[in-house]
Design a protein around this ligand. Structure first.
Ligand SMILES: [Zn+2]
Length: 359
């Protein structure tokens, strides 16, 4: 396939309004017929990049926009601009030098008139500040007598300035010089995630410390806002430790004393969520060790708690790779029945949940 044919096949899909030269929707037409038609038309092949092909399109792909901004057909200096009916009296033609004078200007051979490439692509319908769109945007401009006057007026229109900015942004995003809206939203989200993780870190460390030292988190009065320097009594270990740490940690102090209520992560609900997450991680770690051991046994004992509910305590005893004997407490489970069968079923079901097999 020649270069000319290659160009024809790819660019035809972008500009398809001119039925004389575009056969995209004509399934019956063969490639040869298409080629013949192209040969028979007096218009040069470069005209398929003519802005007139996309002026009437209601939806443009990014590829179309890129093509208009970077590879639009420009008549050469020897191009013979036609004398239109409206300009016959004075014999006026489009002047090639205008293309150099006004960088946004382009000429359409198909529409026999001038357009602003930025406004064709990006000018908003109705215009900004009640400036209506018309010549140079949706209609070809052909009144050459007033050409420079109209061009100068156009380049100061608000919608034109806005469209030029949109074109610059489009090319920057296309060339990866600026993040797209989706990337920007994604980046903002990632920044928010990082910020939230930073906020949560001291809270989680405080809960882990209480867990290791077997300290109860809650106190007699552990609700409401936290004031780091306030000398409150019986607020509970969790709040007391957080306040103590915040005295040497400006970031934590800014979180605890800052605005908002839902972004502090200190409520009992959040505490329980964090404890639950710690529990899940610890159980997975122990289950992994048990699964890797050569042998293990399950220890279970039942007792009644202060609220008279039957609690089954489950421990596991196993030998690790270095032949060391380990005994780890797993969890308390509330049970309904104390019969041997019910206890055995409870242990089997619990073990299933803990990802290890005792078969
Ligand atoms: Zn414009």
């Amino acid at each position: 396939m020649s270069n000319t044919q290659k160009q024809k096949n790819t660019l035809f899909s972008y500009f398809s309004t001119n039925k004389k030269i575009c056969l995209e929707n004509d399934e019956a037409a063969s490639e040869e017929e298409e080629h013949e038609l192209l040969q028979s038309t007096s218009k040069p092949i470069t005209n398929i990049n003519d802005i007139g092909n996309i002026v009437d399109k209601s939806f443009l792909k990014d590829a179309d926009t890129k093509l208009v901004l970077t590879n639009l057909w420009v008549p050469d200096t020897k191009y013979n601009f036609p004398i239109l009916e409206c300009n016959k009296k004075r014999g006026l033609k489009f002047q090639h030098k205008w293309l150099h004078e006004f960088k946004w200007l382009c000429y359409s051979e198909i529409k026999s008139g001038a357009f602003c490439k930025h406004c064709v692509l990006f000018a908003k319908s109705g215009g900004v500040g009640s400036q209506s769109l018309g010549n140079l945007v949706t209609e070809p401009f052909t009144n050459w007598k007033k050409a420079k006057e109209v061009f100068r007026y156009h380049m100061n229109c608000k919608y034109h300035l806005s469209a030029v900015l949109d074109s610059e942004h489009f090319l920057k995003v296309l060339n990866k010089e600026e993040p797209s809206i989706i990337e920007r939203i994604d980046r903002n989200r990632m920044t928010q995630v990082e910020e939230n993780r930073k906020r949560l870190r001291p809270i989680i460390e405080c809960i882990l410390l209480c867990g290791r030292e077997e300290l109860a988190l809650r106190g007699h009065k552990d609700f409401g806002s936290i004031s780091v320097d306030e000398d409150a009594l019986r607020q509970g270990n969790f709040r007391a430790i957080l306040k103590y740490r915040a005295k040497g940690d400006d970031f934590l102090r800014s979180i605890l004393e800052g605005p908002g209520k839902r972004n502090k992560y200190t409520s009992p609900t959040i505490q329980n969520d964090i404890i639950e997450s710690c529990n899940t991680i610890l159980l997975k770690k122990i289950a992994k060790k048990v699964n890797e051991s050569k042998c293990f046994s399950v220890l279970a004992d039942e007792t009644t708690d202060i609220s008279t509910k039957e609690q089954l305590a489950i421990c596991v005893r196993y030998v690790s790779d270095d032949n060391m004997l380990h005994e780890d407490f797993l969890q308390f489970f509330e049970i309904e029945s104390l019969t041997g069968e019910a206890l055995a079923n409870s242990i089997l079901n619990i073990n299933h949940d803990l990802y290890y097999s005792i078969k």
